[in-house]
Design a protein around this ligand. Structure first.
Ligand SMILES: Cc1cc2nc3c(=O)[nH]c(=O)nc-3n(C[C@H](O)[C@H](O)[C@H](O)COP(=O)(O)OP(=O)(O)OC[C@H]3O[C@@H](n4cnc5c(N)ncnc54)[C@H](O)[C@@H]3O)c2cc1C
Length: 392
């Protein structure tokens, strides 16, 4: 027996959960299939910086109560090079706008709680195997749950299953734009209060380092490392000593504490087009990946879902497929703006070791100095960092 719903959503990450939540507010039914357990997705440590428009969305749609209480609003950030730290006043440069620190796992927890409280259906440990019939009126998801193969029939399918999901492979005639960076990030979560109230992006001759945080008691730190490095090569002592070497400046030193999470992430820029095929729509990391330097991944995933929810609402209200047919075209300008910003921000701070390395270093320093001297240049950076309302 097949189950039926209006919108089948594969993946309970930020993209899938926001989509399901927004559809519910429009009276549209959905079922989310998630291959992992609830406990796993609620504890998965990933992103932590929300753009203003995402915060506004979560609050205005009723899932921002805890965020309002617990999140940390940042009105500026720091960048550091040639041994000096400079504070960039984001809010002053982009009047009334700022960024908010609130862990992705907290966003996910709040959305899961809201969906379940509203009677929403999320099937955890239900892994999508294939999507079929995409060019017809009743596409089908085949998935496994408790060892059994099952079917979910829908009017539309949202592929919110991340970079390693099954949906992207179902899109025919695809074109991929990709850049893989010659370095990785070693990221840690440490039980220690942040050493600085705001983020520090450090360009250093030993490689890039980032000081950020998740809560007033949890610091998140990243180090540029070789792609081939394994976590086992990085003892806690080695991590703290390398972080201090790259982040410390006279009069300021990094506080250390117990490391509770440690991982290495590859750095990639990736866009898959088209983002749709018949009645399948890709949203979030299933369609695009940015290097985490610009903190855009979760924000972009949620931006796609906002566009898709609006298009589906129009479809169910007026019967018009126009907004759905335009879905990818409506998403891609924002995707490419975030791609450019994330690539640029990455190349500005990381150490390169190829033939152009010395040339690149001079360009980095020149651009960083120029931004400090030019308010328009700094404003351009700031408006991309806090997130643009409209992208053309
Ligand atoms: C170390 C790190 C730091 C980051 N920092 C930031 C940051 O500061 N700011 C920012 O905006 N972004 C950041 N990102 C990126 C951000 O985490 C992702 O862009 C975001 O998770 C994308 O959300 P999503 O819903 O598209 O995909 P995901 O969060 O990957 O969700 C996809 C879901 O689908 C499930 N799934 C996969 N396959 C199947 C299947 N076959 N069937 C059913 N379910 C399936 C997965 O289990 C997962 O729950 C960071 C990422 C990393 C790795």
């Amino acid at each position: 027996m097949s189950e039926r719903t209006q919108v089948a959503i594969i993946g309970a990450g930020p993209a899938g959960l926001v989509l399901s939540h927004l559809l519910h507010l429009q009276g549209i039914e959905s079922v989310i299939l998630e291959s992992r357990s609830r406990d796993y997705v609620e504890k998965r440590i990933r992103a932590g910086m929300l753009e203003q428009r995402v915060v506004d969305l979560l609050i205005s749609t009723g899932v921002g109560e805890r965020l309002k209480r617990e999140a940390m609003v940042h009105t500026g950030l720091n960048f550091q090079f040639e041994g000096e730290r400079h504070r960039i006043p984001l809010e002053e440069l982009t009047p009334g706008r700022n960024v908010t620190i609130y862990g992705q796992q907290e966003v996910v927890k709040d959305l899961i709680a809201a969906r379940l409280a509203a009677g929403g259906v999320i099937r955890f440990e239900a892994a999508g195997q294939s999507v079929q019939g995409l060019d017809g009126l009743r596409p089908v998801v085949r998935y496994t749950e408790s060892g059994e193969l099952k079917e979910l029939v829908a009017d539309h399918i949202a592929g919110c299953d991340g970079f390693h999901g099954v949906c992207r492979g179902a899109v025919a005639n695809s074109k991929v734009y990709e850049k893989v960076y010659p370095f990785a990030w070693l990221g840690i979560l440490a039980q220690v209060a942040p050493s600085c109230e705001e983020l520090i992006y450090a360009r250093h001759e030993r490689g890039f380092a980032l000081h950020t945080m998740r809560t007033p008691k949890l610091t998140r730190l990243y180090l540029q490392c070789p792609v081939e490095d394994r976590v086992e090569q990085w003892s806690d002592d080695r991590i703290w000593s390398e972080l201090s070497a790259r982040l410390n400046i006279p009069g300021w030193s990094l506080k250390d504490g117990p490391i509770v999470d440690k991982g290495i992430t590859e750095m990639r820029s990736f866009v898959h087009t088209p983002m749709q095929q018949g009645r399948l729509y890709l949203a979030g990391d299933s369609a695009h990946i940015v290097p985490p330097t610009g903190a855009k991944g979760m924000n972009l995933a949620i931006a796609d879902s906002m566009v898709l929810a609006q298009a589906l609402a129009e479809y169910y209200k007026s019967g018009s497929s126009e907004p759905l047919l335009r879905y990818a075209a409506d998403c891609l300008p924002r995707v490419w703006r975030a791609q450019h910003f994330s690539w640029w921000w990455t190349t500005l701070f990381h150490r390169f070791e190829d033939a152009d390395a010395q040339f690149q270093e001079q360009l980095q320093v020149s651009q960083l100095r120029y931004m400090l001297a030019s308010r328009p240049a700094l404003t351009s950076m700031a408006e991309n960092y806090v997130g643009l309302d409209r992208v053309v």
